[in-house]
Design a protein around this ligand. Structure first.
Ligand code: DGL
Length: 262
């Protein structure tokens, strides 16, 4: 029997990670869960995010989904809630970590940028990550909620308000010395091409999708098996989405009281 992998995000951003995992393990069964009722997570408190992830664990149990592995394909949720959620379930959980380490290894200018949500950028997790892997270089932090909204709209409608995108990138005022920009939000790779175009390909954009896929493969003990059979992918959302692109089941997450102790 193939493994059942559930990929979770606040919205559609985690599909950028899902695509990498599907390439590595094509014959797994996949579910994609978006907690879009609380989108954007970048503007939520740590306790709220912990409660929602506890609700997800409860949902998996209540629906008897037999999930073998959960991927929290959301930097915001990973940086703020991963350790709390691991305490309440035996299901292995893989989180995403912004690609600060590889960025620090390849920068020529010794100056990298991290572009993420406000919650990720201000988390103590990021402080530690930078101290551990980028202490000998300069790391500038940039946060945006607007880019999450633009990525959601672009994914579902294929329409991008390029003026809004450019206004947001201009507001961020990315330092000219930066040669590698870490996309520390899983929504941002959806906009990778237009972001790269804005910088005239002068800045290399790095995300952690491929690294997560590698980690998932190693945990499930799968080798790259390209001959797999495609199984239907189930999408769940906590708020209605007007999409003719995906068949999405609308569900509710309850905040289980057990989470209050974290
Ligand atoms: N995709 C999420 C991340 O990687 C964040 C989007 C949001 O703010 O909800 O951080």
């Amino acid at each position: 029997m193939s493994a059942h992998i559930m990929v979770f995000d606040s919205g559609i951003g985690g599909t950028t990670v899902l695509e990498h995992i599907k390439q590595s393990i094509p014959d797994a069964q996949y579910s994609y869960f978006m907690d879009n009722a609380l989108l954007p997570y970048g503007a939520q408190s740590q306790q709220t995010i912990i409660n929602r992830l506890c609700g997800l664990i409860q949902f998996i149990k209540d629906e008897s989904l037999n999930v073998d592995l959960i991927v929290i394909a959301c930097n915001t949720a990973s940086t703020s809630a991963l350790s709390a959620v691991r305490k309440i379930t035996d299901i292995p959980i893989v989180g995403v970590v912004p690609a600060v380490k590889p960025a620090a290894q390849i920068t020529q200018s010794k100056h990298i940028g991290l572009l993420a949500t406000p919650a990720t950028v201000s988390s103590s997790y990021i402080d530690v990550l930078i101290k551990e892997h980028a202490s000998s270089i300069t790391t500038s932090l940039y946060s945006s909620v607007e880019l999450v909204t633009l990525a959601e709209t672009f994914f579902f409608t294929q329409r991008l308000d390029i003026e809004k995108l450019h206004a947001e990138l201009s507001r961020l005022n990315i330092n000219n010395d930066i040669d590698v920009l870490v996309l520390g939000c899983t929504h941002f790779p959806i906009l990778a091409k237009p972001i790269s175009d804005y910088f005239k390909a002068r800045i290399e954009l790095l995300d952690s999708g491929a690294a997560i896929a590698k980690r998932v493969s190693s945990l499930l003990n799968f080798s790259d098996n390209q001959a797999g059979i495609k199984k239907p992918l189930h999408y769940y959302a906590t708020a209605d989405i007007n999409s003719d692109k995906l068949a999405i089941k609308l569900v509710t997450l309850i905040d289980p009281s057990q989470c209050e102790e974290y």
